[in-house]
Design a protein around this ligand. Structure first.
Ligand code: CP3
Length: 353
């Protein structure tokens, strides 16, 4: 099978014959085979076994026929190398026994040492680089989103302690952003050097901030991350997470190629807010997958019709897949995106002539 680079092309706003598609959290509990593996091993145990982690990464690529793989790992993994003890607890998420609350806690964070602490993840990437016929997306959590776990100690609704530090101790906050920014830059560089073909920075929870606060407290670090990684010749994705529509106009200066959109802002509106500077990725509401297939296709068609109006569109969800999603529907959706977009793009070409 020839290498399928439609994701890379779309990421660089080049022409594609059919749209690339992948799903956030495409390796996961909706797949019975994955659930079987999870009966034996925890997420962290899987990540420590490169052959198995590579296999779990490959499973959705084979089953769904998606155009990109995403490394099976978690945004918390590199944090271990800073000296933070965490666990990923079933049905909760990342939990930290000693959350970061003070300037002294931030001072104690070590610089990341990928070779010493994360060599198993680099090995997984090297295995995948040999096996895959589609690009491997590697990733890191963005500083705000990682900080929210480090400070709250567990998943949170209001981010009260995170905001408390941000507003009450800005010097400590900015020091933390700097350290996490450094972590992201070093980690991503290693992932790409070992065979990653793109990267996504997940800022899943930053939509909790007002645009002015995002601009002041977070955006300088995001800008620095993409500036410092701008020499890497791979598509660079920033995903500002859920409820991020109001933040889009602040992103014009970020040297990313692709911005991930959630479902609250349409693709054309997202492009306008982004000043047409980026390719866009998204944005089907994942819970639409609970609907019958004809309803799912109706929503997907609308998004595809909007997406192909301009070069630089990648089909995805507006956030991650959930455990109750159906493998069969996802496969049918993936086929539909491919088939319908191929027809629509070729009809568009005829029309343009
Ligand atoms: O398929 C993929 O997308 C690759 C693997 C991946 C995981 N986590 C594995 C995982 C990726 C890209 C992530 C990123 C991640 N982790 C994010 C950003 C994406 C997002 O959803 O916004 C965040 C916020 C986390 C933190 C995290 N990890 C949470 C909140 C949870 C709990 C969720 C739950 O439903 O239990 C995790 C655990 C986790 N990471 C799971 C998976 C497949 C689910 C539990 C498991 O299978 O062990």
């Amino acid at each position: 099978m020839a290498y399928n680079d439609s994701f890379i092309k779309a990421g660089f706003k080049q022409h594609v014959d059919r749209l690339p598609v992948w799903y956030m959290r495409q390796a996961g509990r909706y797949d019975p085979e994955y659930r079987k593996i999870k009966e034996k091993y925890t997420l962290l145990e899987i990540c420590k076994q490169p052959e198995l982690a590579a296999e779990v990464t490959l499973m959705p690529v084979r089953k769904l026929g998606v155009d990109a793989a995403i490394l099976y790992s978690d945004i918390m993994n590199p944090v271990a190398s800073l000296g933070i003890d965490f666990d990923i607890v079933k049905n909760i998420g990342p939990v930290i026994d000693n959350p970061i609350r003070s300037a002294a806690d931030v001072d104690r964070l070590r610089p990341i040492d990928v070779d010493q602490d994360l060599s198993h993840i680099m090995e997984t990437i090297r295995i995948l680089d040999k096996e895959l016929q589609v690009p491997l997306i590697t990733f890191a959590g963005a500083p705000f989103t990682i900080a929210s776990y480090l400070i709250e100690g567990r998943p949170s609704k209001g981010y009260i302690r995170t905001k408390e530090m941000m507003y009450s101790e800005p010097a400590t906050w900015f020091k933390l952003m700097d350290k996490l920014g450094d972590m992201v830059i070093t980690y991503v560089r290693h992932q790409i050097a070992n065979g990653g073909k793109a990267f996504q920075i997940f800022d899943s929870w930053v939509g909790a901030l007002a645009p002015e606060d995002f601009k002041y407290y977070v955006l300088p670090t995001i800008t620095r991350i993409f500036d410092e990684l701008s020499d890497l010749d791979v598509p660079k994705i920033y995903f500002p997470g859920v409820s991020s529509g109001e933040l889009l106009p602040t992103l014009h200066g970020v040297k990313a190629n692709i911005i991930g959109l959630d479902w609250r802002v349409s693709i054309p509106e997202g492009r306008v807010r982004l000043g047409d500077k980026f390719a866009v990725q998204g944005n089907l509401d994942p819970y639409i997958l609970t609907a019958p297939m004809d309803v799912i296709k109706k929503y997907a068609k609308e998004i595809i019709d909007q997406g192909i109006q301009k070069p630089g569109y990648i089909f995805n969800l507006g956030h991650g897949l959930f455990p109750e999603a159906s493998l069969e529907k996802l496969k049918e959706l993936t086929d539909y995106v491919h088939e319908y977009s191929e027809q629509a793009i070729s009809a568009q070409k005829v029309h343009l002539k």
